[in-house]
Design a protein around this ligand. Sequence first.
Ligand code: UDP
Ligand code: MG
Length: 319
Amino acid sequence: MAPLTYSIVIPIYNEADNLLALHQQLQAVLGPRPDAYEIIFVDDGSRDRSLAILRQLQHHNPNLRYLSFARNFGHQIAVTAGLQFAQGQAVIVMDGDLQDPPTLIPVLIDHWRQGYKVVYAQRRRRDDSWIKQGTAFLFYRLLRQLTEVDIPTDTGDFCLMDRDVVQLLNQMPEKHRYIRGLRAWVGFPQTAVPFDRPNRFAGTAKYTLRKSLSLAISSILAFSTLPLRLSTYLGLFAAGAAIVMAALTLYWRIVQQSDRLIGFTLITIAIFFIGAVQLICIGILGAYIGRIYEEVQGRPLYTLKELNGFPNQPTHLPP
Ligand code: UDP
Ligand code: MG
């Protein structure tokens, strides 16, 4: 069998209404090209008919393979599993709701042929709600301020990665994965392709506010230790405030012979203030320690209940 040139990795969580249209558009883009390719769908524990549709599509399309998780493990883990199973020289990661247009794939490929190891699609404009657009705008800029890794703004997971990069990502054992960050972290020549992001074809966003928030926190914890140092700054600030209050009190006491400010209110405020600073710092410590704990537990990233269409398919599911 000829070596595969491209793998398309697509995480799927309850996308039954998008799958047929997506598959059709992918065929239209990839079918006429001469290179061998595979499409890997990763079913992230869907509760709708997604898996049944994937089984059917696989039946008729020898280039299509799928894995199915035993439960919902989340988008980043689904992409990770797809990368582990992909065999192509270039791996393209895209969403399953047609927000990442398949027509952009040839453009990504052209840039790869020019020698770029990572070609990521960058949103010029997006049709999401203004809340999502606003928070995303702020978040990407905050993240850039916090980390030393040059994570490009306004990019999603839609990208093409060379095998060298995929191999490096596959060697990273971390559980809390922020693929956009890891992809930038490896280095190599990388470039952006601008595109206008349409609304999803059908269905509702699977990234709830909670999932988005958790990904945002996860990305900051994974790529910055600044919050840990923040405790020191907060502590210094609290100490400074205490010194100023002490000086003021002395001044009023000795120079002005007055006993203002020495009262119940001041003491209460000071106690609450220092308590708050301590709790915030413990919370930040806790966030990092919790992640260390989850990493040392060493559980597998996901559990598989089904896989199909892979050449040399193992007779039993890998752990
Ligand atoms: N997705 C997933 N697991 C999840 C949530 C989402 O595999 O727990 C998939 C989803 O099916 C889609 C992609 O990740 O293919 C992006 O999800 P969504 O469209 O909800 O994100 P958004 O475009 O709103 O950022
Ligand atoms: Mg989407």
